[in-house]
Write a new protein. Structure first.
Length: 124
């Protein structure tokens, strides 16, 4: 399986309000489900569905801030272990060929990134 470990800060660490990416906006319009992970961030084999408004929901509402759930219990450790954020595999289901399956953008810089793929999922 192909893998890519590129990390994007679309503000180039110049946003005066924060060097973090929690304000970056993400949409995963074909990724309602994701793989459960254990405390070591390894997939368990269980497939979970992101409930609307939940920590891992970037499906039901377009352009949701990455840090939309920072204050919710469970955000810390959501990526496996004691880290904060995301480190999981979102399934891509029902995307028409050539369609954008992931959009990431920064309102501060105006920079946007889009992903098109024929792979079954994406790691965030």
């Amino acid at each position: 399986m192909l893998t890519q470990h590129t990390y994007f800060n679309l503000d180039a660490y110049k946003n005066p309000s924060s060097p973090l990416i929690w304000d970056h906006l993400l949409s995963l319009p074909y990724s309602k489900r994701y793989l459960a992970i254990d405390s070591s961030a390894l997939p368990t084999g269980r497939i979970l569905e992101a409930a609307p408004g939940s920590i891992n929901d970037f499906y039901s509402k377009p352009n949701l801030a990455l840090g939309h759930s920072k204050s919710v219990s469970g955000f810390k450790g959501n990526c496996g272990g004691s880290c904060e954020g995301y480190n999981g595999f979102w399934l891509i289901e029902g995307a028409p060929k050539g369609e954008v399956v992931l959009r990431l953008g920064s309102a501060w810089s105006g920079v946007k990134a889009e992903l098109r793929t024929d792979q079954p999922g994406v790691v965030l």
